[in-house]
Design a protein around this ligand. Structure first.
Ligand code: ATP
Ligand code: MG
Ligand code: MG
Length: 348
């Protein structure tokens, strides 16, 4: 079969590669040195820095199509991919890499994010807090994930003592939500859109802890409006592949949090819990194949992340026939690091 290139070597790339292998594709992983658990399950591994154009071109030469598994891939070096198609299109990458660009883009399509303002100086922050109010969250515009690069501002005074990092920031009002959920869709090369069920997501310390499907009724009520927005985003970007939008469910309806132009942690339950997984549908989409069904394959599903170096009773987890264990093969457990997940199907 043909070879798919994946930019990024984390667990998402690893799970894309495993789905691709099932369909007879080989994957080449492009990731900085020492940073690839995806390469272990793939046919080859290109080791280089992100801005090594030569390495990028050599990697692309073997690939029929290139995709990415994280949104912070630097865009400029991607020119070295040449004629090899990059899917989803790099515009999705550019939009989702910067929280300010992303929020403006989604607002332009009729979405409602928390009130926000760019912050490039201490004066900007004071002005933003005066305008938007506290509590709020100050975030780096770029490179944040798992709640990294965020500072909670509980009262206006909190800003005074902050040592601002020397990079563009955004201040956003704190949203009072009763739940969080995500919309994960897959758009085929022909524009066909399939939605997965929206999971109810619970975060702990800014990191996804549990995703549950089906979500509670009060949350499901907000899914149609959220899907409408997600479909507009996908259409506007001429998107091909899996796209995720995160939302806060509030009394006033869904509030857009952020988007990820990729497969998503809150969709891991689809591996066993949906007719076709997010990973397989992503591969199908970027390879121009028909998409698979996105309906539930069990009455219910719960996905629990395994985070940090917490001890687990593996035999007990595996002894329960409802459980599926996924370990990502990461050598070192650091606090907050995603080491694996357990998916539990409701079978009866
Ligand atoms: P991810 O790993 O999902 O990419 P991230 O680092 O980009 O995470 P966010 O999604 O912006 O971070 O925030 C992480 C979590 O922090 C959210 O899921 C939510 O629980 C909380 N949070 C973020 N922004 C707000 C907000 N404006 N109001 C209330 N809670 C928020
Ligand atoms: Mg994010
Ligand atoms: Mg998030």
């Amino acid at each position: 079969g043909e070879t798919i290139g994946i930019l990024g070597g984390g667990q998402l790339g690893r799970m894309i590669a495993m789905a691709a292998a099932q369909l007879g594709y080989r994957c080449h992983i492009y990731a900085p040195e020492g940073d690839s658990i995806a390469a272990e399950v793939s046919a080859a591994f290109t080791c280089a820095s992100w801005d090594d154009g030569k390495a990028m071109a050599a990697f692309a030469a073997d690939c029929a199509v290139v995709t990415y598994e994280f949104e912070n891939v630097p865009v400029a070096p991607l020119a070295a991919l040449g004629e090899v198609p990059l899917l989803p299109h790099p515009r999705a990458l550019e939009t989702a890499q910067d929280r300010l660009t992303e929020k403006r883009f989604v607002t332009g399509l009729g979405g409602t994010p928390a009130p926000f303002a760019p912050v490039d100086s201490a004066e900007d922050l004071t002005a933003a807090i005066a305008e938007i109010g506290a509590p709020g969250i100050l975030k780096t515009r770029r490179d944040g994930y798992d709640g990294k690069g965020q500072w909670r501002i509980m009262a206006s005074d909190d800003a005074a003592g902050l040592d601002l990092p020397g990079q563009p920031l955004i201040y956003e009002g704190f949203v009072t939500f009763f739940a969080e959920f995500s919309v994960i869709l897959c758009r085929g090369a022909d524009g066909d859109i399939r939605f997965f069920d929206s999971a109810h997501n619970v975060h702990e310390s800014g990191i996804l802890a549990v995703s549950t499907v089906p979500a509670p009724a009060a949350l499901i009520e907000q899914v149609p409006a959220a899907r409408e927005l997600a479909a507009k985003v996908a259409g506007a970007l001429d998107y091909v592949g899996v796209l995720t939008l995160e939302f806060f469910a509030t009394e006033a309806g869904p509030v857009f949090n952020e988007m990820a132009p990729r497969v998503h942690n809150s969709g891991h339950w689809t591996i066993e819990g949906a007719v076709t997984s997010q990973f397989e549908n992503h591969v199908r989409a970027i390879c121009g194949l028909p998409l698979g069904g996105t309906g539930l394959a069990a009455r219910g599903v719960e996905m629990r992340n395994l985070i940090g170096d917490e001890a687990h009773d593996w035999p007990a987890i595996l002894a329960d026939p409802a459980n599926h264990l996924h370990l990502y093969g990461k050598a070192a457990a650091r606090p907050g690091r995603k080491m694996g997940h357990v998916t539990r199907l409701t079978l009866d």
